[in-house]
Design a protein around this ligand. Structure first.
Ligand code: BDR
Ligand code: CA
Length: 312
């Protein structure tokens, strides 16, 4: 098996950290670079957080490239639930190293073109605001064809928004970037809140992870425990939804997911619905599908995968 070449574009972020660690612990994936974007926290925190996660995993050979410090057009909205520094206070040790030279947007274009020259394709997981991805696609729209798939965490369809009544955070943070990406022709796989709210890191699942042990266990358990949203009225059970790791899990075990192709677009105009993802569930418009939207998750299988990989 040749591992898939993967780039993760991220704003770490607690669930981002778990997604990166899952990729690092999975032989099916060859994580080639981590690109950072402003989102949950300012870029000046997101980038050292990414470096620190790679140091924790002993993978300082993987470069971190810093990307865009602000959204394309709208004013900046930071995340709410990740604590000081975007990583639950001091759960992560401070980074020792630094980001590599070069801008994430430029590096993404270069890596895409270099994959094309070798007749290969990249997999991309985009788990923060889509600013870097949209900027790269604006500079060179042809690179959409160099991606095997672009797996995005963002949006919510039948589930209410998590930052406004309608909008999910990543899409709210840069809706104009979402619009560019959705219109790019890339092979998009979308993990909306409808899917990620099934991936609840409950105390029982965290305990299973703790009991499985392993080198990363202590830090993963502390991150997940911090992530407990304490919002049973919303989620139906204790814990917090593990949004971002679903994108990486999809590349490893797509059989855990069910969904359908449909046309989706984002609202960049209406004040109350700003960042809202609208879906043509039943093909009622003439717009061809532009994303495979995942809505069903085998949650037990997902957490079994996480436990197996993160305890290895
Ligand atoms: C998304 O927003 C961030 O807080 C999480 O890391 C995830 O990417 C969920 O709405
Ligand atoms: Ca994120």
């Amino acid at each position: 098996m040749t591992p898939r070449s993967l780039v993760i574009d991220t704003d770490p972020g607690i669930d981002d950290a778990i997604a990166i660690l899952l990729a690092l612990c999975s032989p099916e994936l060859d994580l080639q670079a981590v690109h950072t974007v402003a989102g949950n926290c300012p870029l000046s925190e997101a980038t050292p957080n990414a470096v620190s996660i790679l140091e924790l995993a002993g993978r300082t050979d993987i470069p971190v490239f810093a990307g865009c410090p602000r959204p394309l057009i709208r004013d900046q909205q930071y995340g709410k639930f990740h604590g000081r520094g975007g990583m639950g206070g001091d759960v992560l040790p401070p980074a020792v190293g630094r980001a590599a030279e070069g801008h994430a947007v430029v590096r993404l274009i270069e890596r895409s073109l270099s994959a094309r020259a070798r007749d290969e394709k990249l997999s991309i997981c985009a788990i923060g605001p889509l600013t870097n991805i949209a900027a790269a696609l604006s500079l060179d729209p042809s690179i959409a064809q160099d991606w095997q798939e672009l797996v995005i965490m963002g949006g919510g369809l039948r589930v209410a928004g998590n930052r406004t009544p309608y909008a999910e955070y990543n899409f709210l943070a840069d809706p104009h970037a979402v619009r560019i990406v959705l219109n790019s022709g890339a092979e998009i796989v979308l993990m909306p809140l409808d899917l990620t709210h099934q991936a609840m890191a409950t105390p029982a699942r965290i305990e299973t992870l703790r009991a499985a042990g392993g080198r990363l266990s202590d830090i993963v358990v502390r991150l997940l425990t911090y992530w407990d949203r304490g919002d049973i009225a919303r989620f139906g059970e204790p814990g917090g939804p593990l949004h971002d790791p679903t994108t990486v899990a999809y590349l490893i075990a797509p059989e855990l997911f069910t969904g359908q192709k449909m046309y989706v677009e984002v609202d960049c105009e209406t004040p109350l619905r700003y960042g809202h993802l609208v879906a043509d569930w039943y093909g009622q418009t003439d717009n061809p599908p532009n994303a495979t939207v995942m809505t069903g998750l085998d949650a037990a299988g997902f957490f079994a995968l996480l436990t197996e990989r993160l305890s290895g």
